[in-house]
Ligand binder design. Structure first.
Ligand SMILES: Cc1cc2nc3c(=O)[nH]c(=O)nc-3n(C[C@H](O)[C@H](O)[C@H](O)COP(=O)(O)OP(=O)(O)OC[C@H]3O[C@@H](n4cnc5c(N)ncnc54)[C@H](O)[C@@H]3O)c2cc1C
Length: 407
C-alpha cells in the first residue's frame, strides 16, 4: 500500500483525485513531465467499485465521430509504449465486426473513418466468422485493428509507471473537501494537501463531488450488467476465444448497442452486454432489488438466439460496472431528433470559474481505450499548454446551467 511505504508530504505541483484509468493516465503524463504529482483514491487498490475494473475492454479504431477515430492511432501507440515500459501484455488483437442495417448512418460513418470499402453481407460474414448469423438486410464492417485491452492489468501497469516516474499514489484515502484558490487545499480522510493545480477524475462520483465547487453537471451514473454466456460446445462454431469482438449499431432499429468480446476472461464464456443500464447512485448500487425486472437480459437473450446461436441463452456469470452518462442531453436529442446520436462525448475542461481546477468526466461507457490520450489532454489543460487535439466537443459549458451557485 502506497500510503504506508511513502513519506508524508503535503505540497505537490498537481493533485489528481480518483485513480481509475483516466486519473491514473493523467497522473502518469504529469509525472513523466517531472511534475510532483499526488494521485488520491478513496478505496484500497485494486477495487471493483468504479468503472475501470474487470479484465477486458474493447479497443477499436472504428468510431462514427471523426474526432475520436483521429485519436486512435495515438492511443494504440501509447498502449504499446506502456506494454514496452512494463514488459506486460495489455492488448490482444482479435478484430471487430460492426453489425447494422445496410446504409445505417453510424455504420457508414465508421466505415468511412476506417477507410475500408468492404461490406460483408450475411453469407460473406458467415464464411469469414462462422459463429455469427446476420438477418437479411443487415451487414457487417470489419475493423481489423481492434481487439481486447486487459483492463485490470492495464490499470496496474499505468499506476506502476506513474510511481516509477516519481509519482505518489495514496489509496484508501477519500477526498472530502476542496477549497479553491491560487493554491487549492484538498482535505482527505487522512490529511490535508496543497497544490497550485488539481484535476478531478472521480468517475461516477464526479457529479455529486463537484457540487461543492458550485457545479451542476448533468451526469447520471448507470448500473450496467456485465454478462458472460456459455458456449454450447466450447471452442466450436467460430465462437469462444477465436471470435472477433462485435458491436451493433443502428439507433432506430433494435438491437442497438450490444457488444461482445471473445472468451478470454472465463474459459468458454463470451462476454456479451448491452450498452444501456439503470440509473443508480454509486453509493447505493448494491441496493438494487434482485427481483427487479431485467429488460437488458431479455434483450441480450433474444439477440443471442438470433445472432450467436452457438451460445446458451441465459447468462452463466453476471457482474456489475458503472457508466456515467448525460441523461438530460440524451433525452433531449432522442426527443427532438431521433436520428441523431445522443451526446456521449466526454467532459475535459477547466472549471468555468476556477481555471486551476480541471475536470475529466462522463466517459459514457467508451472511455477506456482513449485513456492514454484523455490523460495527455487533461495534463496539457492543467499545465496551460495547447491541447494536442481540438477540445470543441468536450467543453463543460455545452450544458446549460452548469454553473449553478458559482455564477
Ligand atoms: C460494463 C462496462 C463496459 C465497458 N466497456 C468498454 C469498452 O469496451 N471499451 C472502452 O473503451 N470503454 C469501456 N467502458 C468504459 C470505461 O471502462 C470507462 O470509461 C472508464 O473506466 C472510466 O474511468 P474513470 O477513471 O473515469 O472512472 P473510475 O474507474 O470509476 O475511476 C474513478 C475513481 O475515482 C475514485 N473516487 C471517486 N470519488 C473519490 C473521492 N472523493 N476521493 C478519492 N477518490 C475518489 C473512485 O473510487 C474511482 O476509483 C466500459 C465501462 C463499463 C462499466
Amino acid at each position: 500500500m502506497a500510503a504506508l511505504s511513502q513519506p508524508q508530504k503535503s505540497t505537490y505541483d498537481v493533485i489528481v483525485i480518483g485513480a481509475g484509468i483516466q486519473g491514473s493516465f493523467t497522473a502518469y503524463h504529469l509525472a513523466q513531465r517531472h511534475k510532483d504529482t499526488l494521485l488520491l483514491e478513496q478505496f484500497l487498490l485494486p477495487h471493483s467499485r468504479g468503472s475501470s475494473h474487470g479484465q477486458s475492454r474493447i479497443i477499436r479504431s472504428a468510431y462514427p465521430q471523426e474526432y475520436y477515430s483521429r485519436m486512435m492511432p495515438d492511443c494504440f501507440h501509447r498502449w504499446q509504449q506502456l506494454e514496452a515500459e512494463t514488459g506486460t501484455t495489455l492488448y490482444r488483437q482479435t478484430g471487430l465486426v460492426l453489425l447494422g442495417p445496410l446504409g445505417e448512418p453510424e455504420l457508414e460513418a465508421c466505415r468511412r473513418n476506417l477507410g475500408v470499402d468492404e461490406v460483408l453481407d450475411t453469407t460473406a460474414l458467415a464464411r469469414r466468422f462462422p459463429g455469427f448469423r446476420l438477418p437479411a438486410g443487415q451487414v457487417a464492417v470489419v475493423d481489423s485493428t481492434a481487439g481486447v485491452l486487459f483492463a485490470g492489468r492495464a490499470l496496474q501497469a499505468v499506476q506502476e509507471v506513474f510511481r516509477r516516474h516519481g509519482g505518489t499514489l495514496r489509496d484508501g484515502e477519500k477526498v472530502l473537501r476542496i477549497e479553491p484558490g491560487a493554491t487549492v487545499t484538498v482535505t482527505t480522510t487522512a490529511g490535508v494537501y496543497k497544490a497550485p493545480r488539481i484535476i478531478i477524475t472521480a468517475g461516477a462520483w464526479t457529479g455529486a463531488f463537484v457540487e461543492q465547487l458550485g457545479l451542476r453537471l448533468p451526469l447520471q451514473p448507470l448500473r450496467i450488467d456485465v454478462c458472460y454466456w456459455r458456449e454450447k460446445q466450447p471452442g466450436s462454431a467460430g465462437l469462444g476465444s477465436v471470435s472477433p469482438c462485435f458491436l451493433t449499431l443502428g439507433l432506430s432499429q433494435a438491437p442497438d448497442g450490444i457488444y461482445g468480446l471473445p472468451s478470454i476472461e472465463y474459459p468458454g464464456l463470451m462476454k456479451v452486454c448491452h450498452h444501456h443500464g439503470s440509473p443508480t447512485d454509486p453509493e447505493k448500487r448494491d441496493q438494487a432489488p434482485s427481483s427487479a425486472p431485467r429488460p437488458d437480459i431479455t434483450i441480450l437473450s433474444s439477440f443471442i438466439s438470433s445472432y450467436l446461436p452457438g451460445l446458451e441463452t441465459q447468462p452463466a456469470v453476471m457482474e456489475t460496472c458503472l457508466y456515467t452518462v448525460y441523461p438530460t442531453l440524451s433525452l433531449h436529442l432522442h426527443t427532438l431528433a431521433p436520428q441523431n446520436t445522443p451526446d456521449e462525448d466526454f467532459i475535459l475542461d477547466h472549471h468555468p470559474k476556477f481555471s486551476n481546477i480541471v475536470i475529466g468526466a462522463g466517459f459514457s461507457g467508451h472511455g477506456f481505450k482513449l485513456a492514454p490520450v484523455v490523460g495527455k489532454l487533461l495534463c496539457e489543460l492543467s499545465l496551460g499548454e495547447e491541447p494536442s487535439y481540438s477540445m470543441a466537443h468536450f467543453a463543460i459549458t455545452r450544458f446549460p446551467g452548469v454553473l449553478g451557485d458559482a455564477q
